[in-house]
Design a binder for this molecule. Structure first.
Ligand code: BGC
Length: 767
C-alpha cells in the first residue's frame, strides 16, 4: 500500500512536470491513456478495496466508506487526470448499502424488491423494466454508479443456494428478463453487471470448484442468457464468476471473456471480477478481466511487475484501461451528478407491492377457494406468516426499511387473524429473537429463518372451531455461500408436516378450507402434501411489501398471473444434475490445505449436458409436481388459431388470447418450438419466445406477436463448432405451460443455416 501510493505520487509529480495534464473527456480517451504512467494504469484496473476485506489495509486507495458506506466496492480516482472514483453496489433485489452512518441522523434504507425468481415469474418484460427503473433510481440517488445485477446463472439444480437471485432453468427466460431489467436500470444513466459469468452452478466451494461443461451445454444453456442480454440491452459491465471452468478460473479465461463475449457477441463494456483476492492478475488482464474487485495493492503491483518482466504486454493493459475510461465517462460520478440520498421510497414501495403480486404463482385452487369470500376470521399458521421472508441472504440481501409480514398484510386488508394464533406466534418470535436464533444463519449471512413452531392438536382443533379458514405459510431461506439441503429444506421438516397434517385434518373435518402460502426463493417439495391444501399460492420472496402483496392476491384485489420459470419436480433428486451436484458434500481440503480432487466439491461434471430442467423432464416424459411455465389464474383464457409468417430472417407468429372467465386477468403465453430431425439429439421442445397480455377484462381479447429469428432456432453442433438451424418443418406451439400446449402452427426453413463459432469450451475431464 505504502510502496504503491509513493510510486503513484512520484509518477504524478513527474507527469505534472513534463506536460499539461489532460482531463478525462469522452473524446480524449486516447490522450488520457497516453498520459498515464504504468503505475496509474495498474491502479485503475484494481478496485479500491471494500469494508469486508478491511478498507485501507488490503484496498489500494479509499474505500466504500469514504463514498457510499456499505456498497460492495469502488474504482479508484486519479485526480490529476480528472478520473473520478466510482461506486459499485449489490444487488439483484435492490441497492445494498448501510442503512445508517456514523454521526448522521439520516437513514439510507433502500427498497427491498421481489427476488429474481419472483420477477422472472411475471414473464412480463415491461414490468421488469419498470422495476429496474425504480431500482436504478435508487442506485443513482444513493450516489452509486453500477448495480451488481442481474444474477443470471441457470437453475441447474433446485438446490443451488443462490437460485433466488437467478431467474430460471431456461436461458431464454433468463436472457429476456435480464435484458428488460438492464434496460430499466440503465435508463437512469447508471450501469449494471451481468453476473456471474459463467457456469457458477453451485455455491459449495464456489471459489475453487472446476465446473466441467461441454461446448454444447455451455453455448445453449449456460451462455445463451448472457448472449441475449448482451446483445439486447448493452450492459455496462459483466462480472466474471469465482469458479473455474474446464480448468482455468473464468476470470483468467480469455476464450470466455474476450473470444466469446467481445469478439463473437460484440460486448463493449468492462468485465470485473467477482469479489475475490489476488489470483494471477496478469492472466486476468490478458483474458480481458478489466477490473479486479474488491481490489488489493498486490494486484496493482503484480500488473506493474509483470509488464516490466515482459510476462504481460502493456498493450493488454492499455486495452483494459481504455475500456475503464470509456466506462468512467458514462458514470454519474464523472458527470458530477448531485445525488439526493432521498429516493422516493414510498413510490418504489408501490412498485414492489404490485410487481410482487404479478410474479406470484397460483399452484392450486380447488373449487375457487381463492380469492377469499365470506371469511371473517383466519387461523394463521406457520412462523413465517409472522416473520415473512422478503428476500434471500448474502450480497443479494437489501437493508430495507421494513418488511410487511402476512399478519400485518391481512390486517391492512381488513381480514382478522385469530387472537390466539397472533399472540402465540408473536410471543414465540419475540422469545426466539431474544435467544438470538435469527442471528445464526446456516442459510448464508443475514437474518436466519426461525424454526417452525409445533402447535398442539388441541389448539389446532380449537382454531378450526372458531376460524373460517386456515392459512399456513411454509417459509424457506437460502443464500450466498451455501447450497441447500434436501432434508428440512427442499423437503418439509417433521414439524411442518405434522402441522400441515393436523391443520388439514381439523379444518377439513369441519368442512373448512386450507390455504398454503409458499414463501421461498426457490423450489421445494410439493408432491407429497399438495393434496392436503385446497389452494396453494407460491408467493416467492416478494420484497418488503410481501404481506400486503399476498393479501392483495388472497382478497382478489390482484389476480395472480405468475408462472413457474423452473420445473417443480416430484423429488429433489429427479433432475439429472443431482448425480453431479454437492448434496451433502463438505470440505475436501485437509489440514495443510492440500487438495483432494473430490467430486462435486473440487470439480463438478455437467454430464447431463443440455438436459437441464424441462428439456429433460418434458423429453423423458418424467412426472413432475408442477411443470415449467405452469400457473393458474382466477380467470381462464382461450387461445385462437395462431398464425406463423416467414420474415426475412425467421418468423413472426401471432395468437389471440381471450379472457373466458369472469374476472380481469393477464396471461403469459409461451412459444415452444420442436425442431425437425437432425444429426444431433434435440429436446422435445424448447422455449423460444414469450409474451404477456395486458389486463384483459372478461370477454376481452388481445393478439400477441412473437418474433423468432432463425439463429435462435439453431442448436450447437460440437462436431463443426457451429450453430445449425436445420432445414425442415418447425412445429411452433403456444402453451400456457410446457405441458399445456393449446395451439400450434408450422414454420418451414428451406435451407440449413450455419453460424460458425470458435472451437472452445472443451471439457477438461471426461463427462
Ligand atoms: C458475490 C457477488 C457480489 C459481490 C459483491 C460476491 O461474493 O458473489 O454476487 O456482487 O460479492 O458483494
Amino acid at each position: 500500500m505504502k510502496k504503491l501510493t509513493m510510486t503513484l505520487a512520484a509518477a504524478a509529480v513527474c507527469a505534472a512536470a513534463a506536460s499539461a495534464q489532460p482531463q478525462l473527456r469522452p473524446d480524449n480517451i486516447d490522450e488520457v491513456l497516453a498520459a498515464m504512467s504504468l503505475e496509474e494504469k495498474a491502479v485503475l484496473l484494481v478496485g479500491g478495496g471494500n469494508r469486508t476485506f478491511g478498507a485501507g489495509e488490503n484496498g489500494i486507495i479509499g474505500s466504500t466508506d469514504n463514498m457510499v458506506p456499505g456498497a460492495a466496492g469502488t474504482t479508484v480516482s486519479i485526480p490529476r487526470l480528472g478520473i473520478p472514483a466510482t461506486v459499485l453496489t449489490d444487488g439483484p433485489a435492490g441497492v445494498r448499502i448501510s442503512p445508517t452512518r456514523k454521526n448522521d441522523e439520516h437513514t439510507y434504507y433502500a427498497t427491498g424488491f421481489p427476488v429474481g425468481t419472483a420477477l422472472a415469474s411475471t414473464w412480463n418484460t415491461e414490468l421488469v423494466e419498470e422495476v429496474g427503473r425504480a431500482m436504478g433510481n435508487e442506485v443513482l440517488e444513493y450516489g452509486c454508479d453500477v448495480l451488481l445485477a442481474p444474477g443470471m446463472n441457470i437453475h441447474r439444480s433446485p438446490l443451488c443456494g443462490r437460485n433466488f437471485e437467478y431467474y430460471s432453468e431456461d436461458p431464454v427466460v433468463t436472457g429476456f428478463i435480464a435484458a428488460a431489467f438492464v434496460n430499466g436500470i440503465q435508463s437512469n444513466g447508471v450501469g449494471t453487471s451481468l453476473k456471474h459469468y459463467a457456469a457458477n452452478s453451485q455455491e459449495t466451494n464456489r471459489m475453487e470448484v472446476d465446473e466441467i461443461v461441454g461446448p454444447r451445454a455451455m453455448r445453449e444453456i449456460y451462455l445463451k442468457g448472457f448472449e441475449i442480454a448482451v446483445k439486447d440491452a448493452k450492459p455496462w459491465t459483466v462480472m466474471s464468476s469465482y469458479n473455474r471452468l474446464n480448468g482455468p478460473y473464468t476470470q483468467e479465461d480469455r476464450d470466455l471473456l474476450t473470444t466469446v463475449l467481445r469478439d463473437e457477441w460484440g460486448f463493449d463494456g468492462i468485465v470485473m471480477s467477482d469479489w475475490t483476492g489476488p489470483r494471477h492478475t496478469d492472466a486476468q488482464v490478458h483474458a480481458g478481466n478489466d477490473l479486479m474487485e474488491p481490489g488489493f495493492a498486490a494486484q496493482a503491483e503484480e500488473i506493474v511487475a509483470k509488464v516490466k518482466s515482459g510476462e504481460l504486454s502493456e498493450a493488454d493493459v492499455d486495452t483494459s484501461v481504455r475500456r475503464m475510461l470509456q466506462y468512467l465517462v458514462k458514470t454519474p460520478h464523472y458527470k458530477g451528478y448531485k445525488y439526493s440520498n432521498t429516493p422516493d421510497l414510498k413510490a418504489h414501495a408501490a412498485v414492489t407491492r404490485q410487481s410482487a403480486t404479478e410474479g406470484m404463482v397460483l399452484l392450486k385452487n380447488e373449487d375457487h377457494t381463492l380469492p377469499l369470500k365470506g371469511v371473517n376470521e383466519i387461523a394463521l399458521f406457520g412462523i413465517t406468516s409472522y416473520d415473512f421472508i422478503a428476500g434471500g441472504t448474502g450480497s443479494g440481501d437489501v437493508n430495507k426499511p421494513y418488511v410487511v409480514d402476512l399478519m400485518e398484510g391481512l390486517d391492512n386488508a381488513g381480514l382478522k387473524v385469530t387472537d390466539d394464533m397472533k399472540n402465540m406466534y408473536v410471543a414465540y418470535r419475540t422469545f426466539k429473537e431474544a435467544e438470538g436464533a435469527a442471528n445464526h444463519s446456516s442459510q448464508g449471512w443475514g437474518k436466519a429463518m426461525l424454526p417452525e413452531l409445533a402447535v398442539s392438536r388441541r389448539a389446532i382443533d380449537h382454531q378450526a372451531e372458531i376460524a373460517d379458514i386456515a392459512v399456513l405459510t411454509l417459509g424457506r431461506q437460502a443464500g450466498e455461500g451455501h447450497d441447500r439441503l434436501i432434508d428440512n429444506d427442499f423437503n418439509l421438516s417433521a414439524v411442518e408436516r405434522q402441522l400441515l397434517d393436523d391443520v388439514a385434518d381439523a379444518f377439513h373435518a369441519r368442512g373448512k378450507r386450507v390455504v398454503v402460502i409458499i414463501n421461498t426463493g426457490a423450489v421445494i417439495e410439493t408432491a407429497s402434501w399438495k393434496n392436503k391444501a385446497d389452494a396453494i399460492l407460491l408467493a416467492w420472496q416478494p420484497g418488503q411489501e410481501g404481506g400486503n402483496s399476498v393479501a392483495d392476491v388472497l382478497t382478489g384485489k390482484e389476480n395472480p398471473s405468475g408462472k413457474l420459470t423452473m420445473t417443480w419436480p416430484m423429488s429433489a433428486i429427479d433432475h439429472p444434475s443431482s448425480l453431479n451436484f454437492p448434496i451433502g458434500v463438505s470440505g475436501s481440503k485437509d489440514f495443510f490445505g492440500r487438495r483432494h480432487d473430490v467430486k462435486n466439491y473440487d470439480y463438478t461434471l455437467h454430464s447431463e449436458g443440455i438436459n437441464v430442467g424441462y428439456r429433460y423432464f418434458d423429453t423423458a416424459g418424467k412426472e413432475v409436481s408442477y411443470p415449467f411455465g405452469y400457473g393458474l389464474s382466477y380467470t381462464t383464457f382461450a387461445y385462437s388459431k395462431p398464425t406463423v409468417k416467414a420474415t426475412k430472417d425467421g418468423f413472426e407468429a401471432t395468437v389471440t388470447v381471450t379472457n373466458t372467465g369472469s374476472v380481469a386477468g393477464k396471461d403469459a403465453v409461451q412459444l415452444y418450438v420442436t425442431a425437425p430431425a437432425s444429426d444431433i439429439e434435440k429436446p422435445a421442445r424448447e422455449l423460444k419466445a414469450f409474451a404477456k397480455t395486458r389486463k384483459l377484462a372478461p370477454g376481452e381479447s388481445q393478439t400477441l406477436t412473437f418474433r423468432v429469428d432463425n439463429y435462435s432456432l439453431a442448436s450447437y453442433h460440437e462436431s463443426n463448432h457451429s450453430w445449425v438451424a436445420d432445414k425442415g418443418v418447425y412445429n411452433v406451439q403456444f402453451g400456457a405451460s410446457v405441458a399445456d400446449l393449446r395451439a400450434a402452427a408450422k414454420y418451414t426453413l428451406g435451407n440449413t443455416l450455419t453460424w460458425e463459432t470458435n472451437d472452445i469450451f472443451h471439457p477438461s475431464r471426461e463427462l
